[in-house]
Design a protein around this ligand. Structure first.
Ligand code: ZN
Length: 89
């Protein structure tokens, strides 16, 4: 129950996932980083999402490095959308 309140008070999951994306793109502020870390401490779902995101990034990075083709942004976006749908965000 307390965790639920903290969740709503600090940062909703939808915003936490957004901040994770920002962190990956290195556009996150230190204040946002603190908020995100706080959220990750109390939210196991976002911790799981973060792990998946890290694995995903590694796979994507190695896939595109091997293929040496142009990175197709819409392809990546489609992939991410599918992930979001699966995770019900
Ligand atoms: Zn969360």
């Amino acid at each position: 129950m307390i965790r639920k309140i903290l969740h709503i008070l600090f940062l909703p999951c939808s915003e936490a996932t957004l901040l994770m994306e920002k962190r990956n793109a290195n556009t996150i502020s230190s204040r946002e980083k603190r908020k995100l870390n706080m959220h990750l401490m109390i939210c196991k779902w976002c911790r799981m999402y973060k792990q998946k995101l890290e694995v995903l990034d590694k796979i994507l990075a190695s896939t595109f490095a091997e293929r040496e083709t142009e990175i197709n942004d819409s392809e990546i976006q489609n992939f991410k959308n599918k992930m979001f749908n699966k995770l019900n965000f």
